[in-house]
Design a protein around this ligand. Structure first.
Ligand code: DAH
Length: 358
């Protein structure tokens, strides 16, 4: 029993002091492997008397179990330490700079759209939208373009093929039909801003078959031209981010407004460079007027009770003026270099408080 005791102490000591998992495994083989020392000792049982075998066998088994249990717990400890070490060494360092990734940009049209909506949103306007495919009633007739009226010719209209009832739908030539849809759908007071795509069969340096407009409509009791002028002056200054921009109303004609005006803003063109808000020159930026009584009537509103004003402008045009983009056609070429140059950071949502452009 002395040798068994010595063996037990020796093995437990070896297991306990093994510095790593590999040494521990080597100790296990020496102790419990096929040719291990405990296994060897087991083999001696065959030469013993049954009584000796019983008591010695039990003693060896007890040592074997004890050594095996310690081996297991040491093995588990090494595994846990290894995992702990991995968790420490493989930690994600969130202070490292991010990997370089190319991010996209917002198209100047989207940016300008958002800016205009932010400005009018602040003044209490809500956004209204309508279909790109319109009918004659909403695009023309209800807007006081009677059939055969020469003003229809000014809109180079894309017509769709004739329907069974003989009428033809069209691609809307302006955002004004959404005025009609809004007045037919909701009661005054109305204050809406209407951004959208518009289409005209026209293509040259300054015209593209598809372009964008943004339209405004205000209908209430006792609305007058002073409101229109104040509203547009505030818009122009907010949009161009300038404290004071001279605004001039020039008489004009639109079938759906009476009186009608074109709005010019003060600018300088000295040395061939356009500067808005200074100098003695004028630059046209939009059309507007008081909603024509015929338009109100077409929408079931009594012109004696309600008045209103409307305005409309080209989004590309005001984007070109603000951001110095010289050629309209480049807006639609999808050239990634152009987008990178003129585009906007996608997370900088324009707002009057946070800044329109950052
Ligand atoms: N619809 C006009 C156009 O496309 C623009 C316009 C002018 C809209 C005057 C208006 C307005 O609402 O009052 O040329």
């Amino acid at each position: 029993m002395d040798t068994l005791d010595t063996l037990r102490n020796e093995l437990l000591e070896a297991v306990q002091s093994a510095p790593d998992a590999d040494t521990l495994e080597a100790v296990r083989v020496t102790a419990l492997g096929k040719k291990g020392r405990i296994t060897d000792l087991m083999k001696t049982l065959g030469h013993m008397t049954p009584e000796e075998r019983r008591s010695f066998g039990q003693a060896i088994n007890a040592v074997k179990d004890e050594v095996a249990a310690l081996l297991e717990s040491r093995k588990a400890a090494f595994a846990e330490a290894a995992l702990e070490a991995r968790l420490t060494s493989e930690q994600v360092d969130i202070t490292l700079p991010v990997r370089p990734e190319t991010s996209g940009t917002l198209h100047p049209i989207s940016q300008t759209w958002d800016e205009v909506v932010a400005i009018f949103g602040q003044m209490g306007f809500s956004v209204a939208e309508g279909p790109d495919i319109e009918d004659d009633f909403h695009n023309f007739t209800a807007l006081n373009f009677p059939p055969g009226h020469p003003a229809r010719e000014m809109h180079d209209t894309f017509f769709l093929s004739e329907q069974e009832d003989g009428t033809r739908n069209l691609l809307r030539t302006h955002t004004s039909p959404v005025q009609i849809r809004t007045m037919l759908a909701q009661k005054p007071p109305i204050r809406v801003i209407i951004p959208g795509r518009t289409y005209r069969c026209d293509s040259d340096m300054t015209h593209t078959p598809m372009f964008h407009q943004i339209e405004g409509l205000v209908i209430d009791k006792a609305v007058h031209m002073g409101h229109l002028k104040g509203c547009l002056k505030e818009f122009v200054e907010a949009y161009f981010e300038l404290p004071d921009v001279p605004v001039r109303f020039r008489p004009s004609f639109f079938p759906f407004t009476e009186p009608s005006a074109e709005v010019d803003i003060g600018c300088s063109r000295k040395g061939g460079e356009l500067k808005i808000g200074e100098g003695n020159d004028w630059l046209e930026i939009l059309g507007c007027g008081m909603v024509h009584p015929n338009v109100l009537k077409a929408c079931g509103l009594d012109p004696e009770e309600y008045q209103g004003f409307a305005f409309g402008m080209g989004l590309e045009r005001i984007a070109m003026l603000k951001y110095g983009i010289p050629d309209l056609r480049t807006f639609f070429e999808s050239d990634a270099r152009w987008l990178k140059h003129y585009g906007f950071a996608p997370h900088d949502v324009p707002s009057l408080t946070g800044g329109l452009t950052r």
